[in-house]
Design a protein around this ligand. Structure first.
Ligand code: ATP
Ligand code: MG
Length: 385
């Protein structure tokens, strides 16, 4: 008998021809997360099994695995050679003292095993009841479920409860994108959500030093660092936005200040995507949250790029975004009170329904290409591990 960890992945992506690529990527992501621990990872029909780890670190290891995208559950199980005697012996070893209701739930992947799942549920259930006379069976909402999985590798696994994992798709299975990372609450959440759907993330941050402080930049480094817990290493592109903002301020109507700033952010982000083979831009915009996040505003900012722009929190309320931020641990850092470049030169009445035509007209007063080039020339790159 071995103590192992049983890892379940979502079924959704297992059907297509990419199954092997997905699972190999998932395995390699898990092993990267566990690089500081001795362990072995094995695939058996629809499950991953972690062997040979030091039980002393089990809860740490489970916590790490819970942050790997593409898994839905993880927990400790016992593994032994399949036979009815063994199943009975080990199922009866499960400690059910203090438990009032239970059920047994068998999954028989090995159809050569002579009993059906339901027969085995009943057989083992009855044996357990003999050991615990006060215990009752409850098929609908038992205190404890004893799971028995008879798998095709001639091994059976028994476990009581699993811990839920992050879900989603394996990191990297969908390619790579560039996250516009401010110091706020929304953009780290947006990055997390896209990584959960399989995208690796690089990030770009615009600062307006000396209008924005050194602490504002450090806050962004800290947010990126927290995100690495889920998305692995992040390359952060830091861009000085000061000159661009000063020029917009001087040469364009103040109500269009933010609209035109956003168009510059998009242009610069797209150039960085081209250079680094990133397939999309990700932002933390939520429909109607502020003037620059109306449908019309987003269409005016989108119109300067031809790459897809993903806005995973577009339909989230602030409350819902905050709940994710708290869950992933970015919230406390995000609410530190340092200014963002968008708050510098903030107009009193930003336009709510801007038009592409007017934005383009105002931009005729600016040398767009030169400004973008200058910003890119002064790019600072930091790899955050
Ligand atoms: P957040 O909480 O993410 O800062 P927000 O609600 O404050 O969002 P805005 O300031 O309008 O909204 O920013 C909208 C989006 O634009 C952000 O979610 C982020 O993706 C991007 N963004 C804003 N400021 C910056 C910045 N300084 N550097 C990089 N991206 C930014
Ligand atoms: Mg912001």
């Amino acid at each position: 008998m071995n103590k192992v960890l049983l890892l379940k992945f979502g079924e959704l992506f297992l059907k297509g021809r990419n199954r092997h690529d997905f699972i190999n990527l998932l395995k390699s992501n898990i092993l990267t997360k566990l690089k500081d621990y001795k362990c072995k990872l094995e695939e058996t029909q629809g499950r991953l099994i972690l062997h040979d780890y030091d039980v002393k670190y089990e809860s740490e290891i489970i916590e790490k695995i819970q942050t790997v995208f593409g898994l839905i559950a993880v927990g400790s199980a016992i593994e032994f050679e399949t036979s009815l005697e063994n199943i009975e012996k080990f199922a009866l070893k499960e400690d059910l003292s203090g438990v009032k209701t239970f059920k047994v739930e068998t999954k028989r992947a090995d159809k050569k095993f002579p009993m059906t799942s339901m027969d085995l549920d009943k057989f083992i259930g009855e044996k357990i009841l003999l050991n615990y006379p006060n215990l009752k069976v409850d098929l609908y909402s038992p205190d404890i479920t004893i799971y028995i999985e008879v798998r095709t590798n001639n091994k059976t696994y028994i476990y009581k409860n699993l811990n839920s994992c992050a879900g989603g798709l394996p990191l990297g299975s969908g390619g790579k994108a560039l996250l516009l990372l401010s110091g706020g609450i929304d953009s780290p959440v947006a990055g997390y959500l896209m990584a959960k759907r399989g995208l690796r993330i690089e990030a770009i941050h615009f600062h307006s030093y000396p209008y924005t402080s050194v602490q504002a930049k450090e806050k962004v480094l800290e947010l990126a660092k927290i995100l690495t817990n889920y998305v692995g290493e992040i390359r952060l592109h830091i861009i000085s936005f000061t000159e661009i903002q000063e020029q917009i301020h001087r040469n364009c109507d103040s109500e269009y200040m933010i609209t035109i700033m956003r168009r510059f952010m998009m242009r610069i982000a797209e150039k960085i995507c081209e250079k680094n083979e990133l397939g999309a831009i990700v932002t933390g915009e939520s429909l109607g949250q502020v003037a620059s996040q109306t449908m019309q505003s987003m269409s005016v900012t989108n119109s300067v790029v031809s790459i897809p722009v993903f806005r995973p929190v577009i339909a989230f309320d602030k409350e819902e975004i905050m709940n994710v931020a708290k869950k992933i641990g970015t919230f406390e850092t995000s609410i530190l009170p340092y200014e963002d470049c968008c708050t510098v030169f903030l107009p009193k009445n930003p336009v709510i329904k801007p038009s592409i035509k007017r934005a383009e007209m105002m931009e005729q007063n600016l040398d767009i290409e030169a400004l973008v080039k200058m910003a890119l020339n002064n790019e600072e790159v930091i790899d955050i591990k």
